[in-house]
Design a protein around this ligand. Structure first.
Ligand SMILES: Nc1ncnc2c1ncn2[C@@H]1O[C@H](COP(=O)(O)OP(=O)(O)O)[C@@H](O)[C@H]1O
Ligand SMILES: [Mg+2]
Length: 278
């Protein structure tokens, strides 16, 4: 099982929406998916619960940290939901090592049951994010192309507690940054200017979707993506043309992330057009 964490120390950048799209995408590719929501606001949980696709585990995500030996159903798509109790964990500083150990032991215990675990996180850099990153294989960082994006990226990499460099050096050398994922991208001149800046500064850590210049993964701002997130519908199964167009637009991005995380476990159908809607 591969574990992918969505992380960025900012709220409202599209983490939960990307987590939801990736979970449905990896199911579409036939992968057994374990979705874990470490955010007490539970937006990821809500979208997946409303989709009706995932078996909702009885245990909630706070238990994965606070308790040893918890189990989840054996099914191809399982959700461990976010819960208010997640907020209380940061205050139990004496337990933090145990929390990180419990998460690691839990992921090891379900290793043969799922192909991939997708972990959505809260924005505050606390023990939940540390425990997730300390046991993950991969991290994707959704970023919004606004004025703060640059300083946010710096924090993501270099934050003294949850920065990826520190986590890799101290807690988890196997952790790999898949890359930054610009989200809610709009074709405004302001965002274009920011995008050029981000590409110039960070192109080594953007996610490639092809060989051409500027062929980087991104998620555009589309009202149907917000709608799918709110209703629980799977974007590429929605009837409207706008949803089909958005699905085709983001397909290369979802494929690139899936390929990086799953490696040889995903065999793209021969000759399958990259941008084909499901
Ligand atoms: N690509 C997108 N296009 C339009 N709306 C989006 C997109 N991604 C996210 N949203 C909406 O923006 C809001 C914040 O996104 P969310 O994924 O919850 O961010 P985060 O998890 O980082 O806090 C939500 O209402 C969500 O539906
Ligand atoms: Mg969220």
């Amino acid at each position: 099982m591969k574990t992918l964490v969505l992380a960025n120390q900012k709220g409202g950048v599209g983490k939960s929406a990307v987590a939801t799209l990736l979970a449905h995408h990896l199911r579409r590719l036939g992968q057994r998916v374990l979705a874990i929501d470490l955010d007490h606001q539970a937006n990821f949980s809500q979208a997946l619960t409303r989709s009706g696709r995932a078996v909702v585990a009885e245990v909630t995500a706070d238990r994965l940290l606070a308790q040893a030996g918890v189990g989840v159903p054996d099914a191809p798509f399982v959700l461990v939901s976010g819960h208010r109790e997640l907020l209380a964990l940061e205050r139990q500083a004496a337990q933090h090592n145990a929390y990180a150990r419990n998460v690691r032991a839990f992921l090891a215990a379900v290793d043969g049951v799922f192909d991939v675990a997708i972990v959505d996180t809260n924005p505050n850099p606390d023990i939940r994010v540390i425990a997730a990153l300390a046991s993950a294989d991969f991290v994707v960082s959704p970023v919004q192309l606004n004025q703060e994006a640059m300083s946010g990226v710096n924090m993501l990499l270099n934050h003294e507690r949850v920065g990826i460099r520190r986590i890799k050096a101290v807690l988890n050398p196997k952790l790999q940054l898949v890359g930054l994922l610009p989200t809610m991208v709009e074709p405004t001149p302001f965002q274009k200017a920011n995008y050029v800046q981000v590409v110039q500064a960070f192109h080594p850590i953007l996610i490639r979707v092809g060989d051409g210049p500027g062929a980087f993964a991104a998620i555009p701002r589309r009202s149907c993506i917000a709608e799918a997130q709110a209703s629980g519908e799977v974007l590429w199964e929605m009837k409207k043309t706008a949803a089909r167009e958005a699905s085709a637009e983001i397909r290369p991005t979802l494929d690139a992330i899936a390929a990086r995380v799953m490696g040889a476990a995903i065999q793209p159908a021969e000759g399958a057009p990259h941008a084909a809607a499901a």
